[in-house]
Ligand binder design. Structure first.
Ligand code: BES
Ligand code: MN
Ligand code: MN
Length: 462
């Protein structure tokens, strides 16, 4: 099957050009001003799946953005791989920090991508990684190498909580029936250290509002005599961690799975340089929960972070005012066994309890989802591992990630299938940040590796 390399060599420029066209459309699901662009992106993906050789390609309507579904069924006796990805992207702001506009893709070299990386919002998360699957499929069809059935399900609301997909999946169980779900929407350790993501954290996202007096007040006439909502909110937030950086919400850790010494020792074997980590972020020290390493803090431990905080006067100059209200958005990353709805409730109760007299507190839950761990003794893991070995020349390391793809646990519940996470991005690719990029090498390596997964999965399964 060496011809996958030849096929990529022949079609490399077109593969890049097609992705660049896709990246030009600002499919920002969070901002309704971009509705037309999100819808257009779904159409473009539909066409590319048709051109690649899918038989049945549909734009499936949902209460929100549509889901692009496509399939190629070659035999009912063969296994079926369901590919999931998302065509929506995060908002690109702050725009002034981009070195080139987020929706005008350009290829530039970087330190870790000397052969060039495509700079654009969505290049790595997830348009570039999703599109690798379309091109790998194209190769298998055109060269008559597709060993099993394939289904594609590409959604447009992942970055805002996948509500419509959660509606769609239970209504289409039969259509979506599969033997394994294949996703490229995570990362790997480094281009010379391949890894397979074996865990995702859960998430609970809430917004809080603290209200003091019924109107903004003169800070001289009233300051010191009434509760200042911003002072109070920051104090309440600060109290959510203790001096060891443990989260203080009662019951928060109740269901947290404690890894054995052996498992932690196994994790610690993954190559990691604390010096390089600090240098890349320009920090003189890391920070976090006492008793855990950096890699443990960002994967097997739950966390609580303020994502945004606002209120009062933030314009030019000074205004002497006590704001009537203060707000914050807070995310909690959860580990398997922590129920996200239960945690949301614990947070709400605690935040109301710690509010002092003189203010009112409102907690509004946003989206969330369960964490996920994939076993490594499955056929899917073995097939993926062999595929990386084939194309990277090295056996990949299993590694839990700190990020979340909440829909994965829903797939397991509704479709009764396991997910294999074959991500080809790097942490330094700046997903969700200004200057997001995806290595050209990584894009092509993904296209090269995916067909081997299909081959080994089918061989091991039949
Ligand atoms: N692709 C990411 C998740 C990811 C990235 C997992 C890298 C592991 C490694 C996904 O698009 C994402 O951003 N998820 C959100 C959650 C969602 C509910 C908005 C996240 O993790 O913040
Ligand atoms: Mn993603
Ligand atoms: Mn994302």
């Amino acid at each position: 099957m060496n011809t996958v390399k030849d096929y990529i060599k022949t079609h490399k420029e077109r593969f890049l050009e097609e992705l660049i066209q896709l990246l030009k459309i600002p499919s920002i699901s969070a901002d309704s001003a971009f509705e037309k662009d999100v819808l257009l992106t779904a159409d473009v993906i539909k066409s590319s799946l048709e051109e690649a050789g899918c038989d049945r390609v549909e734009i499936c309507d949902t209460p929100g953005y549509p889901i692009v579904y496509a399939e190629k069924i070659i035999s009912n006796d063969l296994p079926t791989v369901l590919v999931y990805g998302h065509y929506d992207v995060q908002p690109p702001d702050p725009l002034e920090l981009w070195t080139s506009p987020p929706f005008e893709p350009v290829i530039k070299p970087t330190e870790v991508h000397p052969e060039g990386a495509i700079f654009a919002r969505g290049s790595c998360d997830d348009k570039g990684q999703m599109y690798m699957h379309v091109k790998a499929f194209e190769y298998m069809i055109k060269e008559d190498k597709l060993p099993c059935n394939v289904k594609f399900m590409i959604e447009g609301e992942e970055e805002v909580g996948s509500e419509s997909l959660a509606w769609f999946v239970p209504r289409n169980r039969e259509k979506l029936a599969n033997d394994v779900i294949l996703i490229s929407d995570t990362g790997m350790i480094a281009n010379d250290i391949p890894s397979i993501t074996t865990g995702l954290r859960g998430l609970s996202y809430v917004e809080v509002e603290v209200t003091g007096p019924n109107r903004d007040l003169h800070s001289g006439l009233y300051g010191g005599a009434v509760a200042n909502p911003i002072n109070i909110l920051t104090k309440m937030i600060a109290s959510l961690h203790d001096e060891n950086n443990y989260i203080t919400i009662p019951g928060f850790y109740d269901n947290v799975e404690n890894l054995s010494k052996e498992e932690r020792a196994e994790m610690a074997k993954a190559p990691f340089s604390l010096e390089a980590y600090k240098e890349a972020l320009d920090i003189d020290s890391v920070y976090g929960e006492k008793g855990y390493t950096t890699n443990e803090r960002n994967s097997i431990r739950p966390t609580l972070d303020v994502n945004g905080i606002w209120g009062g006067y933030t314009g030019e100059g000074a205004k002497t005012v006590i704001a009537s209200k203060a707000y914050a958005k807070i995310s909690m990353r959860l580990v398997p066994n922590q129920d996200w709805e239960g945690i949301t409730q614990l947070f709400k109760t605690h935040f109301e309890v710690i509010a002092p007299k003189g203010v009112k507190v409102k907690v509004t839950p946003h989206h969330g989802g369960q964490g996920y761990v994939t076993p490594i003794n499955t056929i899917a893991y073995k097939a993926a591992s062999k595929a990386y070995k084939q194309t990277f020349g090295k056996t990949p390391i299993p590694q839990r990630s700190g990020g979340s793809i909440p829909i994965v646990s829903l797939f397991e519940k509704e479709l009764e299938s396991k997910t294999i996470l074959m991500g080809f991005g790097l942490n330094s690719d700046a997903i969700h940040s200004p200057n997001e990029h995806f290595g050209v090498w990584n894009y092509l390596k993904g296209i090269e590796t995916i067909p081997w997964f299909y081959k080994y999965f089918t061989e091991l399964k039949t």
